[in-house]
Design a protein around this ligand. Structure first.
Ligand code: 5RP
Length: 275
């Protein structure tokens, strides 16, 4: 790998642990103002110090993240669909030149293996890798799971391996039973998406299981920014990923931090009234 490409990957997957906690806030590119992300700047700002990288679109980067933010960017460059239509009908929405202009450490694109537009998304990935290699920009492939697909080891194993075969440098996928097999069959680093919001302890268990089944980290969104205490939650996720804590230790950390965080959100007037 070229020096630049390796250096950019090390911005995301931290060399001291070989792991990453990426904060995914790109949901709006197809589902609009997502719960917990209605005001992007307000949601993202407090979480930045605890994320190793930020996955988002150019629109949110330009409008909601200060240019002096010390955070590697994984730029979402596929899209062109919405929840109102066929989600697999994605194209490339952002050029490699724009990604370079935005100082992205990587670009991210979804593939829809088994979806109606499978071929187009796989060719999108191939072309993006060609451009990424040309400029030393790593490509993260997101294995989007079509509504008819079973999120099992067979399907995710197929999708992750195809992404790696086509040249993706990092693959983001979902956790499943037998994830070890998915990791075994994928020769590039895997990060786990969190998926729909679930109770914090379960999300921490998912993180622990993924890390100990072969993932190098998480690219988590809803299970952080939809938590009652997002900062406490990302700190707890970090403890599992970077400090090898147990689920119970991480959950205790979350509980020890959340009350203060929640209290800080209570308007002063209400706090005074509650005294
Ligand atoms: C949305 C995405 C998200 O980046 C990915 O799903 C991670 O977010 P979450 O943890 O909320 O699933 O690719 O299409």
């Amino acid at each position: 790998m070229d020096w630049g490409l390796k250096n950019r990957i090390s911005n995301i997957i931290k060399p001291n642990t070989g792991r990453t906690v990426m904060l995914a806030v790109d949901h709006g590119y197809f589902q609009g103002p997502t719960t917990g992300l209605r005001e992007p700047r307000k949601t993202i700002q407090p979480l930045l110090p605890y994320a190793d990288a930020l996955m988002l679109t150019r629109g949110i980067l330009r409008t909601s993240i200060d240019a002096d933010a010390d955070i590697p960017v994984v730029l979402r460059v596929s899209g062109g669909t919405s929840i109102l239509k066929e989600l697999s009908n994605e194209g490339v929405t952002t050029s490699m030149e724009e990604a370079i202009r935005l100082n992205a450490s990587a670009v991210a694109l979804s593939i829809f293996v088994g979806g109606e537009y499978e071929r187009r998304t796989l060719l999108n990935l191939s072309k993006l890798v060609d451009a990424g290699e040309r400029y030393g920009i790593p490509v993260l492939a997101v294995t989007a799971v079509g509504k008819d697909m079973a999120r099992d080891a067979r399907y995710l194993g197929l999708a992750c391996r195809i992404a790696a075969e086509l040249g993706a440098h990092i693959v983001k996928t979902y956790f499943c039973e037998g994830f070890e097999k998915v990791a075994e069959g994928c020769p590039v680093p895997l990060v786990m998406a969190g998926g729909k919001k679930i109770p914090e302890k379960e999300a921490l268990q998912l993180t622990y299981n993924a890390i100990h089944s072969g993932a190098v980290g998480v690219d988590m969104g809803r299970n952080i920014f939809q938590s009652e205490a997002p900062v406490s939650m990302i700190k707890a996720v970090r403890s599992i990923v970077h400090e090898n804590t147990t689920v119970n230790e991480a959950y205790e950390l979350f509980n020890s931090l959340k009350n203060e965080e929640v209290q800080q959100k209570v308007p002063a007037s209400k706090q005074a009234a509650s005294v």
